[in-house]
Design a protein around this ligand. Structure first.
Ligand SMILES: C[S@@+](CC[C@H](N)C(=O)[O-])C[C@H]1O[C@@H](n2cnc3c(N)ncnc32)[C@H](O)[C@@H]1O
Length: 283
């Protein structure tokens, strides 16, 4: 059987169920199960599936049709060209969070920032991407979930990263020092909107990584308030936000004497990252 035939029939099944990523999902699954390269795909190699491969393929296709994301089926996800283990205790790393990483790396390089704090590390994808792409930096990452911290630790080690400390903590409560840059992608979905999320998300991402309280902004209130003690005088705070939260989050940080310096859009032209500095208080 030609590879293209297996791909076509798999993709068609996904199309029937309205899976919008049918092309890439089918390709990824087949490549993974048969251990194939992109070149094998282009060459349209002729292959015969063993019974075991055939059964595995059907099982994975069924799981995907039931709404399970590929990262949850295979237990890993690529982020910033690095590989991260994903499990039920951590958020599935999102491509849009790469924007947060890019902006942080730019600020770190431009301003020679050295100490980094990430609030809510989850799988560790953000802090790992920043540390492995900056020189002379050291990071502390916190998460309230002990299992998330264990997952992040294993992911950082697997990616060869050493210059970090990971702490189980309710945001920055257990920290008593200040940092050059604080980064956070906190839970920001309104509690009563969680039930309306796509099955991919609501059935697989941990609630604690999604629930931002009644107006979705609870975590920003705590983070902005704690950041007054956790950020150095010339430091930067970068937060990821929901598409309609820029005004609300700007106000919360403004009330804590932080000034919005940059609002960054994502690939869909929606507000995604806000960057704050300390307001200069006139003496
Ligand atoms: C949206 S997820 C982001 C995870 C990861 N940084 C990423 O972008 O993939 C938010 C993270 O914040 C953590 N979290 C929620 N409440 C927290 C709290 N009170 N203190 C510390 N971390 C918290 C969750 O466990 C979760 O890992």
């Amino acid at each position: 059987m030609l590879l293209s035939e297996i791909h076509k029939s798999t993709k068609e099944k996904f199309d029937e169920f309205g899976i919008q990523t049918s092309e890439i999902d089918s390709r990824t699954i087949i490549k993974k199960i048969l251990n194939l390269s992109d070149k094998d795909f282009i060459m349209d190699t002729k292959i015969s599936l063993s019974n075991k491969e055939s059964e595995y393929l059907s099982k994975v296709v069924l799981q995907r049709l039931s709404g399970k994301p590929l990262s949850r089926i295979f237990g890993s996800k690529e982020f910033f060209s690095m590989k991260f283990d994903v499990n039920e205790f951590v958020l599935d790393p999102r491509p849009e969070s790469e924007i947060l990483v890019e902006k942080a790396l730019h600020l770190i390089q431009e301003n020679n920032l050295k100490s980094i704090l990430e609030l809510g590390v989850g799988s560790g994808c953000i802090i790992a991407a920043i540390l492995s792409n900056s020189i002379g930096t050291k990071a502390v990452g916190v998460d309230i979930s002990e299992q998330a911290i264990m997952t992040a630790k294993s992911n950082l080690i697997k990616n060869g990263i050493k210059n970090f400390d990971l702490v189980v903590s309710d945001w920055g409560l257990s920290l008593n020092r200040a940092f050059d840059i604080i980064i956070s992608n906190p839970p920001y979905i309104k509690t009563n909107e969680i039930k309306n999320l796509n099955k991919n998300v609501k059935d697989h991402d941990p609630l604690i990584s999604l629930d931002g309280g009644v107006d979705g902004l609870d975590c920003y209130r705590v983070i902005a308030n704690q950041s007054t003690q956790l950020i150095n005088e010339k430091g930067y705070i970068l937060v990821e936000i929901g598409h309609d939260q820029a005004k609300g989050v700007e106000k919360i940080f403004g009330n804590n004497d932080f000034l919005l310096t940059n609002k960054v859009k994502d690939y869909s032209n929606l507000d995604r990252v806000l960057i704050f500095v300390k307001k200069k208080i006139k003496k």
